[in-house]
Design a protein around this ligand. Structure first.
Ligand code: TMP
Length: 237
């Protein structure tokens, strides 16, 4: 399958059409941004790691019962995926307080929840991806009630799967962000990526951060953290 015209360029990926109208090629970049593009940089090798990690996790999630866009890895940075219309919601699941949750609610990072939280942001860069609830999403016509219920169910299934998987790697899954899409026939499937860009992952013993927070917070050791987490994944998947 060959790339045809580029139809989208995001902060971390380019998307191309193919000869099949139902399939797209995603190409992962090393570019990294944070704070809605305010902070810009590059993480050497990130595109390769995010592509390969996301594909391996999505390949496990399909038989687990979470349909998703992954079709076939084409190269280190490129993957064939099902074409979807992205539902403009960022779906965030949290097991432990961190990041914007800690800031918004005044909770120390590291506080463990008795059950996971699910929250939604309106995927809209001009507005800074504002937090919204399901009635807001319905009022804005972003998704139907049934779609939101499906998205929530899948998001919690992804959490159960990922929490167990990362635990087998000696890693704590703190939180993560998912995006879903609608196929041509209207089916809701998981899309976008699951990577250290979109998850918070802490070493179980040391609580060392093995994710994009090292870039967001200028902690150093960014490339090494991405390599370390990929190594752990490859040893246990
Ligand atoms: P937050 O604590 O900043 O809201 O982030 C929650 C999770 O979502 C964290 O794992 C990082 C991820 N995330 C993204 O993937 N993209 C984003 O634009 C933001 C803000 C967070």
């Amino acid at each position: 399958m060959e790339k045809r015209n580029q139809i989208y360029e995001g902060k971390a990926k380019r998307v191309y059409e193919t000869e099949d109208p139902e399939l797209l090629i995603v190409s992962y970049k090393d570019d990294a941004t944070a704070f809605n593009g305010l902070k810009k940089g590059s993480i050497a090798g990130k595109g390769v790691i995010n592509n390969q990690m996301s594909n391996r996790l999505m390949a496990k999630l399909a038989p687990y019962g979470v349909p998703n866009h992954f079709v076939q890895e084409l190269s280190e940075r490129e993957t064939l995926v099902r074409r979807v219309n992205i539902v403009p919601l960022e779906v965030i699941v949290r097991n432990i307080a961190a990041g914007s949750f800690s800031k918004r609610y005044g909770v120390e990072e590291g506080v463990v929840f008795s059950q996971p939280t699910v929250e939604y942001s309106y995927k809209n860069d001009d507005l800074g991806d504002p937090l919204l609830n399901t009635s807001h999403a319905l009022a804005l016509g972003l998704a139907t009630e049934e779609e939101i219920a499906t998205i929530r169910r899948y998001a919690l299934m992804v959490n159960t799967f990922l929490k167990d998987f990362w635990h087998s790697c000696g890693v704590i899954l703190v939180d993560f962000k998912l995006e879903f899409g609608r196929t041509g026939s209207g089916e809701i499937i998981l899309a976008d990526e699951i990577s250290p860009d979109t998850c918070r992952l802490w070493d179980e013993k040391t609580h060392e951060k093995l994710d994009k927070d090292r870039f967001r917070r200028d902690m150093g050791g960014v490339e090494q953290a991405y390599q370390e987490i990929m190594q752990r994944l490859l040893e246990h998947i």
